[in-house]
Ligand binder design. Structure first.
Ligand SMILES: *Cc1c(COP(=O)(O)O)cnc(C)c1O
Length: 391
């Protein structure tokens, strides 16, 4: 097969492909950010972003990658010397620990074995034993391992304590349900290049009422990410500094796509893609890295011994024009991650599964090539019909 004749399919857990309507919005000419036309766009974004977040709170927009919003939340809500509990189930959990340390905040890591979800009971016990823990940090989806953490259960615990729950929803928001106010989260953030179907460079962050009270008392925060200043500005449909105007025009359109489809249908599609990927991988005889609590936007596949991820990725790219991701950290060569978030559908995922199977086969792995696509598509249809509410 000649990959030159194939469409390029970007199946990575960020960045993700862009819908045509978003690309057209991104190509618009500049607006001046202190003038009325831009303020109208910001008002529209605010209205729709609150639906996306499931919150009545202000949703801040920051010109940064997703990590910028992680820094903004950590440094804007906590003071040096304060203790925070960090759920560390992979690369992005570790990032919370590093961000805390960089600001003199004391992280207490709760290690979760790679490929598993956090245990809410452990969080409860730790908080009960130490009343001096000011915050709990977690990922909605630990993208490095393809696991979804039980955020609703953790929030049910933290909301009864003074500890504030901060959720990195970068690869989960707009992919899997995470209604901020209903669940009682204290901070929820995301970046533009995962579920939101935008290029990288924009981050969104919302805080609960009690998180805003805590943030108001912080004097050691970050000059660029000044949460109270950003809040004052967003209430005037403005931002503290020059915003990423082009990306915001794109965000306005991508949020239109969400609103037109309805959040429930977006989640339903993501759930069906998750079932499809898992059914396909198992049917071809490979094993899933996250046995339980799978992320809805990325599927991690354990490779057979002596099949390195880098070679699988090369073959998938060179022979099929399918771009997959390797593992991260210790699992770099041991797992392949198929991203199926954002503007990705069952056709793209079929291509991804096929490229994975063929690449593994050509490297000498035993792949069961009879019918894995049929089984994957049957799983998609069944999950779509039943919906995720039947979980
Ligand atoms: C991608 C990702 C990040 C990092 O975001 P950047 O935009 O690269 O800064 C952080 N956390 C999670 C869960 C992610 O998936």
């Amino acid at each position: 097969m000649s990959s030159r004749l194939d469409k390029m399919r970007l199946l990575t857990p960020g960045p993700t492909p862009l819908p045509e309507r978003v690309r057209l919005a991104l190509s618009k000419d500049m607006l001046h950010h202190r003038k009325g036309a831009f303020k109208s766009v910001m008002a529209e974004i605010q209205r729709k972003a609150r639906v996306l977040f499931g919150t009545g709170q202000d949703v801040l927009t920051l010109a940064s990658s997703g990590t910028g919003a992680m820094v903004a939340a950590m440094q804007g809500m906590f003071a040096p010397g304060e203790k925070v509990l960090v759920i560390e189930g992979g690369k992005f959990g570790e990032r919370w620990t590093e961000i805390a340390r960089s600001h003199g905040i004391i992280p207490l890591p709760l290690k979760v074995p790679a490929g598993q979800g956090a245990d809410p009971e452990k969080v409860k016990k730790i908080l009960q034993a130490d009343a001096d823990i000011h915050g709990v940090f977690v990922q909605l989806c630990e993208t490095s391992t393809g696991v979804q953490h039980p955020v609703a259960e953790i929030a049910a615990i933290t909301s009864k304590t003074p500890a504030l729950l901060v959720v990195d929803g970068i690869s989960g928001l707009g992919i899997t349900p995470c209604p901020m106010d209903d669940w009682g989260l204290d901070a929820l953030l995301t970046g533009s290049q995962k579920g939101l179907m935008l290029p990288p460079g924009l981050a969104l962050l919302a805080l609960s009422e009690r998180a805003w009270e805590k943030a108001a008392a912080i004097t050691t925060g970050n000059y660029y990410f000044n949460l109270p200043e950003e809040r004052k500005n967003i209430r005037k449909n403005q931002t503290h500094f020059t915003p990423a105007i082009g990306l915001l025009l794109g965000l306005d359109e991508s949020l239109n796509l969400f609103m037109e489809a309805g959040m429930d249908n977006i989640f339903r599609k993501q759930w069906a893609l998750c079932r499809m990927a898992r059914a396909g991988v198992e049917a071809m005889g490979l094993s899933l890295f996250a046995a339980q609590h799978p992320a809805w936007g990325v599927t991690s596949v354990s490779l057979p011994p002596r099949i390195p991820a880098s070679q699988v990725l090369d073959i998938a790219a060179n022979s099929f024009n399918v771009i997959l991701a390797a593992g991260q950290g210790d699992y770099k060569e041991r797992i392949v991650r198929i991203g199926h978030m954002g503007w990705v559908d069952w056709g793209d995922l079929s291509a991804g599964l096929h490229a994975l199977a063929e690449a593994c086969k050509s490297l000498g792995a035993e792949i069961n090539s009879g019918g894995y696509l049929e089984q994957a598509l049957a799983a998609y249809r069944e999950a779509w019909e039943k919906g995720y509410a039947s979980l």
